[in-house]
Design a protein around this ligand. Sequence first.
Ligand SMILES: NC(=O)C1=CN([C@@H]2O[C@H](COP(=O)(O)OP(=O)(O)OC[C@H]3O[C@@H](n4cnc5c(N)ncnc54)[C@H](OP(=O)(O)O)[C@@H]3O)[C@@H](O)[C@H]2O)[C@@H](O)CC1
Ligand SMILES: Nc1ncnc2c1ncn2[C@@H]1O[C@H](COP(=O)(O)OP(=O)(O)O)[C@@H](O)[C@H]1O
Ligand SMILES: [K+]
Length: 525
Amino acid sequence: MSELLTAAQMRTAENTATDAGQVTGLELMERAGRGVVEAVFEEWPTLAASRHKAVVLCGPGNNGGDGFVVARLLKEWGWEVEVFLYGDAAKLSPDARVNYERWLCLGTITSNESLEGGYLSANFDLVIDAVFGTGLSRPLTEDAWLFCKEMYKAGIDVAIDVPSGFCSDSGRFLGESRSDFEGPLSVALTVTFERLRQGHALLPLAGVLRACAVKSIGIDQYLPDFRRETSVSYLSGQARIGASRKAVLNSTAQSSSHKYSHGHTLVLSGGAGRTGAARLSGRAALRIGAGLVTLGVPGSAQMEVASQVTGIMLKRVDSKEDLSGILEDERINVLCLGPGLGIERAGGLVPVAVAAGRACVLDADALSAYEGRPEALFDLVTETCILTPHGGEFARLFPDLAAKLNAPSLDGPAYSKVDATREAAARAGCVVLYKGADTVIASPDGRCSVNSALGERAAPWLATAGSGDVLAGFIAGLLARGFSPMSAAETGAWLHVECALSFGPGLIAEDLAEELPKVFKRLCS
Ligand SMILES: NC(=O)C1=CN([C@@H]2O[C@H](COP(=O)(O)OP(=O)(O)OC[C@H]3O[C@@H](n4cnc5c(N)ncnc54)[C@H](OP(=O)(O)O)[C@@H]3O)[C@@H](O)[C@H]2O)[C@@H](O)CC1
Ligand SMILES: Nc1ncnc2c1ncn2[C@@H]1O[C@H](COP(=O)(O)OP(=O)(O)O)[C@@H](O)[C@H]1O
Ligand SMILES: [K+]
């Protein structure tokens, strides 16, 4: 697990380091430029071995300053380099100005008039975007867009910090979408410093980046104290679930304890013909380590479910009273409600389930049942609950937050999925896991993680019917094993993607839980 930074956190770290007299801004810029060149040669080793042609598009701030450093270093490496400048050279930031002048000792600035007519794609091996970075505070002006558009059309090979126009906190393109540019946006390599920015993990930006490199510029010790609650964790491909979590997973394989000490999950099912979703959740809970799983099924569906399950037990739950009766068994420590439950049945059963005071995963219909009256749900839930909405369900429960997220972003930093999920968790008073290829998990105390299924962890085949039901079951099973709500949501979401990656394309929801043993074996070896 690593941390994601906001632009403000990075700026503070930079200022603290320079104020402490540890380093100058100019030196940081030099290190940043050097880091970019190193990352390029690491990504494409053949480029280091011979002469190539690069173009660096620089902007008016320090991102442009980094660009001038890169241009100089590549030129000194023996490459042919051209530089374009957006904006007035007289108004460059002071450090950028120094590097602009250093560049002028080696080369020139090409007139922006040359940019048109496919000049970039026709003439260069490497197109480097150093126009705007983390300082972008408003949508690109028309002339800034005309400058950047040529770069996007050619295809950006290297973006310094962030591709220009995107907000590095939210991952959103600032302003209205650009109807005059239809090409697919894609950036081969993005090089950033010390840690990834929050926006690198969030859509749409995360979907544009093919590879990211993080280079040190020597200010790690000035980064925020990540034990504080304001940081955002990144559950990435490199993430290794913590030792305690691993120990719990390990114990599923070598248990000498009784099954009841591994918890008992009750999954409530819908009626006949709608039981598949709950069966998926139940099996997932069992596979991930719940000692026992019971499906609570209406009488009309008992035969259907009985013919489909083996390791899972069955109890008849037609009414609230039936559910209350079953919950007298205190060994049931977790409930999972929503998948295939039906809106009406959910409306009746959710209050009883939550009032029982056990850990509780509320998904799908258990959330949609509260459309138009979300406060009723928030009044019920406690911090032992987890809400797992997808985008549609999120908008039903938090229409104002969804509207903010969908409105055009006219200022930077723009309102992000991290902001929305944090607000949602604070409002609901429990952990909220907002699904997607960039799943965001937040707890009411402000802790937050992004679980990525993008970039190196892209698993688009996870968007298949029923995969969310499996996720709900994974989380419920981990809760049964004693994970805290935040940990269960993080670990469940992370393992969900690991299973999808391990299985590969062709995956259907049924395959996910069956892939777990392989994933566990790899983790525990
Ligand atoms: N922090 C660190 O630790 C380190 C940071 N480093 C580097 O610095 C970068 C951040 O630099 P930065 O803050 O100077 O901002 P940057 O992205 O260059 O843009 C600001 C310029 O753009 C302008 N501008 C803004 N919006 C605009 C618009 N819509 N249309 C047109 N213009 C617009 C804005 O103008 P203004 O708003 O002032 O009028 C200003 O001139 C960071 O990404 C990294 O590469 C490294 O050197 C190493 C250490
Ligand atoms: N493009 C994608 N790449 C990876 N994972 C995705 C993508 N789209 C959705 N997911 C994941 O797939 C699951 C879908 O859940 P959900 O929308 O509830 O579907 P269902 O109701 O069919 O189970 C979620 O875990 C979500 O994070
Ligand atoms: K950039």
